[in-house]
Design a protein around this ligand. Structure first.
Ligand code: IMP
Length: 430
C-alpha cells in the first residue's frame, strides 16, 4: 500500500498531530520528515494529553512503527526526554517501534546558543524563531559541516562533538560577545546520548521501502506548515526545512510514485506564531475570542514556546496556494467548533495589492505585507457543534461555511474536527 502525506496548509499548529493519531489507526508506519523540536503536537486520548515535539504522533498507537527522516534536525537530549516521558506513561518506545535516520542532523547546544544570540542581536528585526537551534543546524547541514545521527556510531563521536562546539564558540564569543560553551562537557554529555540512541539509528529509506513492499500503509506526519517552508513560505519568516509534500520525498528517500494521498490540514481560521505578514490577522476582541484563554491545552498558545498565537479569519488565497504547492487530494478542517457563537464570519477570498485584486498570491518581496484582504461574509451560528458527528448535524451556516471553503479551494473536505477528543470528528460523505 502506498504513502499518505499529511501536511499543514497554514503556518503550522493546524492540528496535524491529532489527525495523524486518528489516521495512524489505519497505518502500519508513521514518519516525521521535517523540522525538530520546534514542532509541538498535542494529542488527546481519553483523559490523557500527549505533547510531542520529535517522536511521531503514531507512537501512541500500539501497532505502528514510527520513523524519523533524514530531513529532520534532532536534539538528542530532547528526544531522550520525550522517549522517557512516553515510557513512564506506558508507551513502548523500543527500537523495534521507533527509528531515527542516520542522516538526520544533530542539534548541539552551540546551535541553540547561536539561535538565541542571533535573534537577540536582530532586535526588532528578529524572526521570532522558537530558539531551538533549528536555523543554525540546517545552516551547518547546507555548509556540510554538521553532525548527523549516524555520527553517533563513530568511535570518535565525542571528538567530533567537541570540535563542532569549539568551532561555534569562536562565533559565539567573537561575533556575539557570549560566553563559550564547555566543549568537553558537551562531548561527554553527547557520548551518553549516543550510547542510548545507537540502537535506534536506521536506514529510514530502506525501512519505508520494506514497509511498502510488505503492503503496509505509510503515513507521513508534517510538522510546521506550508507557509513556513524554506522555499515556498513567507521568507524570511519561515523555518529552515521543507515541511511540504515535496519534503517527504527528500527526507524519507522515496519516489513520488509511492504517494497516493496528500492531505492538507487547516484550521477553520488562521493562526501564526512569530513574526511575518498575516493579512487576515484580527487584533482585539475577535482575535482574542479565537485564541481562547489558555485554560485548555488546545487554546491558541504555542505547544513549544507557550507564545500566544496571532489569530485571524481563514485566508483562502493562502489555502489555494497551499493546495497548489502540495497537490492536495483532500482537505481536513480542524477546530470548526471555535467559530461557534460568532454572529458573522468572514473569509479572505482575494487580496488588494498594487491597485488590483489578486486571487493568487501577488509577487514581490513586500507583497503579502502590503496586501489588503478582500472578504466574503458568511452567516455565523450560535449552536454548540461539539456533539456533531455527521455533516447533517451541523447548523445550515456551518454546512454553508464548509461548502464555501471546499468550492473556493477546489479540494474536497473529508474530515472536520469539532473538539479535541478522538471521536469529535465529522467524516464527510462526498
Ligand atoms: P524556527 O523553526 O524555530 O527557526 O522558527 C522559524 C519560524 O517558524 C518562527 O516564526 C516559528 O514561530 C515558526 N515555527 C517553527 N516551528 C513551528 C511549529 O511547529 N508551529 C508553528 N510555528 C512554527
Amino acid at each position: 500500500m502506498p504513502i499518505t502525506i499529511i501536511v499543514g496548509a497554514q503556518w503550522g499548529d493546524e492540528g496535524k498531530g491529532r489527525i495523524t493519531d486518528l489516521l495512524a489507526a489505519e497505518a502500519e508506519m508513521v514518519a516525521r520528515f521535517s523540522g525538530g523540536d520546534n514542532a509541538g503536537h498535542t494529542i488527546t486520548v481519553g483523559n490523557e494529553v500527549f505533547k510531542l515535539h520529535l517522536v511521531p504522533s503514531g507512537i501512541v498507537q500500539p501497532n505502528t512503527v514510527s520513523v524519523m527522516g533524514a530531513g529532520m534536525a534532532v536534539n538528542p537530549k530532547k528526544l531522550l526526554e520525550e522517549m522517557d516521558g512516553l515510557m513512564e506513561r506506558g508507551i513502548d518506545v523500543s527500537p523495534s517501534r521507533l527509528k531515527l535516520s542516520a542522516g538526520a542532523h544533530l542539534i548541539l547546544p552551540s546551535h541553540v546558543a547561536l539561535d538565541g544570540a542571533s535573534e537577540e542581536t536582530r532586535g526588532e528585526d528578529a524572526l521570532g524563531t522558537t530558539k531551538r537551534g533549528i536555523g543554525p543546524t540546517y545552516a551547518d547541514k547546507a555548509a556540510r559541516t554538521g553532525l548527523r545521527s549516524g555520527d553517533m556510531l563513530a568511535a570518535d563521536f565525542a571528538r567530533r562533538v567537541s570540535q563542532a562546539v569549539n568551532a561555534k564558540n569562536r562565533v559565539l564569543v567573537e561575533i556575539y560577545g557570549c560566553h563559550p560553551l564547555d566543549a568537553e562537557a558537551v562531548a561527554d554529555e553527547f557520548e551518553g546520548y549516543a550510547r542510548r540512541l545507537r540502537p535506534y539509528i536506521a536506514d529510514v529509506s530502506l525501512q519505508v521501502h520494506l514497509a511498502l513492499q510488505a503492503g503496509s500503509r505509510v503515513l507521513t506526519e508534517g510538522a510546521q506548515g506550508t507557509l513556513l517552508d524554506i522555499n515556498h513560505g513567507t521568507y524570511p519568516y519561515v523555518t529552515s526545512s521543507s515541511p511540504i509534500a515535496g519534503g517527504v520525498l527528500t527526507s524519507l528517500g522515496v519516489g513520488p510514485r509511492e504517494v497516493d494521498r496528500v492531505i492538507g490540514v487547516t484550521k477553520a481560521f488562521q493562526t501564526r506564531v512569530g513574526e511575518g505578514p498575516m493579512p487576515t490577522e484580527l487584533i482585539g476582541p475577535l482575535g482574542n475570542a479565537l485564541r481562547g484563554t489558555g485554560a485548555n491545552p488546545w487554546d491558541e498558545f504555542g505547544t513549544t514556546t507557550g507564545r500566544p498565537r496571532r489569530c485571524g479569519w481563514l485566508d483562502l488565497v493562502l489555502l489555494r496556494y497551499a493546495a497548489r504547492i502540495n497537490g492536495f487530494t483532500e482537505l481536513i478542517i480542524t477546530k470548526l467548533d471555535v467559530l461557534s457563537g460568532l454572529d458573522q464570519l468572514r473569509v479572505g477570498v482575494a487580496y488588494k495589492y498594487g491597485g488590483r485584486e489578486w486571487r493568487d498570491l501577488p509577487f514581490g518581496p513586500n507583497a503579502l505585507a502590503e496586501s489588503q484582504p478582500v472578504y466574503a461574509d458568511l452567516p455565523g451560528w450560535s449552536k454548540d457543534i461539539t456533539g456533531a458527528r455527521e455533516f447533517a448535524d451541523l447548523p445550515p451556516a456551518g454546512r454553508r461555511y464548509l461548502d464555501f471553503v471546499q468550492q473556493e479551494v477546489g479540494v474536497p473536505i473529508t474530515l472536520v474536527s469539532v473538539g479535541p477528543e478522538r471521536e469529535q470528528i465529522i467524516r464527510m460523505i462526498s
